[in-house]
Design a binder for this molecule. Structure first.
Ligand code: F6R
Length: 608
């Protein structure tokens, strides 16, 4: 959950490192640091706080001279955010500096061993053991040293390592944490994610676990732990640098909310051909689909919420039993997996530690794995049997919006595809379903046009202490996401409840003035929702309802109503989530919260 970057080349390293870190801050932002070889030795500058503090301290990098360096932006795991615990970490005598993303699980054992050998530790981090262990094994050959070090490490890591004796190269290596290599005429890079190198190059190497890279100014050599050279293919990034910039918007989150119609089009349209749903990345067809008797969907956070909607629609359309699991739970239970089980893994980053572990556990038990991933070439993408990319483009705001929406659109595609392949639907029904899906982007545009209404509701409710989101069926699934969006970026306590469940305990929390956001987009459940709204109104709640245009009866029970354009029940979740995202966004802005980088969070959760 940290971001690392490395550079060696013709330019001054520090400004490039800081610029690269600014693109990785979404991965962690409680402290930052750089280490640069200045001609005599390694100079480390680091401090607690946002990257800006470090940039100010270093005059945007201009005060540090040298053309080789590594940098880090941190999301604390071992040891509080502090100057000392910030990376890079140095070995005794200042020979080796290390930046690390991940967790070293056996660090205490290594630390004890090194203390016995006379090493002195200054930080509480697990990373510091890597620097000292490298010093301990150092033989004059840094590649050999790094191989010895990683052979001792348990856990996950992406590492950038520089050594005082090698002023023209750094070493990069990964295991279970993301790392890419950027290649350019003016120098070469390593980084946790592509946006960090995109201003300089589009040519990258995607690394496999335990590939060790010697990065020099005019040469990059990748090898395995036996020092055998590995030939890598260059991956050309085809999206624009602007895609990872704010482009005039005040916040990434707002930009990404507004990009959703485009992202939906890009994800859905290429998968519709000749009146059919065509999923190129998956090889399960016809009989294979008929053969599936059980689907597990595993994911974390918002991606899990997508799975909850997915369960409703896949079961409804394809008549296959679906279970949804939090990846962190799935990995430690004993799911009933057979050779007829399909595991659907959903992840924006493709690097979420719990989701990767769940995928591997599912595979180990014999499930076929189909992943829905946004980041091309990520671990989950690479380890899956079948793959569907969401074409949301880079998502920078920590709170997901466009990735959620595109993941959801893939659930619709999959549900329709399974029904089509099982022969449950006629050509006409498929055509009608496709028509409904293809309407989604323009309906989403309509919803987003009404953003000022949502801004107004946010201005009425930004001071709420507690907010409850209620809904039935897929509306309940969307409530989960609405509630998460609100709490994570505005720090208002909120909960999502299946509307029929509230009276089994939680209704005791409703008091005079409590805000209840009630989703009532489902025709078949509309009257039931009216009753549930009445129940909370009777206890003093203020109700903001979400309904589909024309269902004006809701105005008789709710205090205010947000209307969605007329749409089929099935796709209402894709539209209903949009006002909830905007509601959370505007409340966060009014409360002067850090919208794109909420406290305690990081975008890519690469630790368990
Ligand atoms: C919330 C949010 C998280 C992620 C979760 C999974 O706004 O973004 O809940 O959905 O951490 O991340 P991915 O999709 O990268 O596996």
């Amino acid at each position: 959950m940290c971001g690392i970057v490395g550079y060696v080349g013709k330019q001054q390293a520090a400004p490039i490192l800081l610029q690269g870190l600014s693109k990785l801050e979404y991965r962690g932002y409680d402290s930052a640091g750089v280490a640069v070889f200045d001609g005599d030795g390694i100079v480390v500058e680091k401090c607690k706080g946002r990257l800006k503090t470090l940039c100010d301290k270093l005059d945007d990098g201009n005060s540090l001279k040298g053309t080789l360096g590594i940098g880090h932006t941190r999301w604390a795991t071992h040891g509080e955010p502090s100057d000392i615990n910030s990376h890079p970490h140095m070995s005794d005598k200042g020979r080796i500096a290390v930046v690390h993303n991940g967790i070293i699980e056996n660090y205490l054992k290594i630390k004890e061993y090194l203390i016995q050998k006379g090493y002195v530790f200054v930080s509480e981090t697990d990373t510091e053991v890597i620097a000292h262990l490298a010093d301990y094994y150092y033989s004059g050959d840094i590649l050999d040293t790094v191989i010895k070090v990683i052979n001792k490490l348990e856990g996950s890591y992406a590492l950038g390592i520089i050594c005082k004796d090698n002023p023209d190269e750094f070493i990069a290596v990964r295991k279970d944490s993301p790392l890419i290599i950027g290649l350019s005429e003016d120098g070469n890079f390593a980084a946790s994610d592509i946006p960090a190198v995109l201003p300089y190059t589009r040519r990258i190497y995607l690394l496999e676990d335990k590939e060790i890279v010697r990065v020099r100014r005019d040469e990059v050599v990748v090898c395995n732990t036996d020092r055998e050279v590995v030939q890598k293919e260059v991956f050309e990034v085809d999206w624009n640098v602007d895609a990872a910039e704010k482009g005039g918007y005040e916040h990434f989150m707002f930009k990404e909310i507004m990009e959703q119609p485009r992202a939906l089009r890009d994800t859905v349209n290429p998968r519709i051909r000749d009146g059919k749903i065509v999923l190129d990345g998956i090889s399960i067809k016809g009989k294979d689909v008929e053969n599936i008797d059980n689907i597990y969907i595993v994911a974390c956070g918002s991606a899990y919420h997508v799975g909850v909607v997915g369960k409703y629609i896949i079961e409804k359309l394809s008549r296959i039993h679906v279970e949804v699991d939090l990846a962190s739970e799935f990995r430690y239970r004993t799911p009933l997996i057979t050779d007829k089980t399909l595991l659907i893994v959903i992840s924006q980053s493709g690097e979420t530690a719990d989701t990767i572990a769940a995928l591997r556990e599912g595979k180990r038990r014999g499930a076929r794995v189909l992943s829905v991933v946004n980041v091309v070439g990520s671990t989950i993408a690479r380890e899956s049997d079948d793959l569907i990319y969401t074409w949301a483009g880079p998502e920078i705001a920590v709170a997901t919006t466009k990735a959620y929406s595109t993941q959801l659109s893939v659930m619709y595609l999959l549900a329709g595809y399974f029904a089509q392949e099982k022969g449950l639907v006629s050509g006409e029904q498929t055509a009608e379903y496709i028509r409904i899906l293809q309407k989604l982007p323009s309906l989403a545009e309509k919803v987003l046009e009404n953003k000022e209404d949502i801004q107004y509701f946010a201005s009425l409710h930004y001071n709420s202490k507690d907010v409850f989101f209620i809904g039935r069926g897929v509306d309940y699934a969307v409530s989960l996401e609405g509630s998460l969006k609100l709490k994570e970026i505005s720090y208002i306590h909120s909960e999502a409840y299946a509307a029929g469940e509230l009276k089994h305990g939680t209704i005791s929390l409703i008091e005079e003035g409590t805000l209840v956001v009630a989703l009532a987009t489902q025709e078949a459940l509309f009257d039931k929702m009216i009753s549930n709204i009445k129940e909370v109104k009777a206890r003093g709640a203020v109700v903001l309802a979400l309904a589909v245009e024309g269902n004006t009866a809701i105005e008789q029970v709710a205090d205010s109503v947000i209307y969605l354009p007329k749409c089929e029940d099935l796709i209402a979740p894709s539209l209903a989530v949009l006002p909830l995202q905007l509601f959370a966004y505007y409340i966060s802005v009014i409360r002067a919260c850090d919208v794109d980088k909420p406290r305690n969070l990081a975008k890519s959760v690469t630790v368990e």
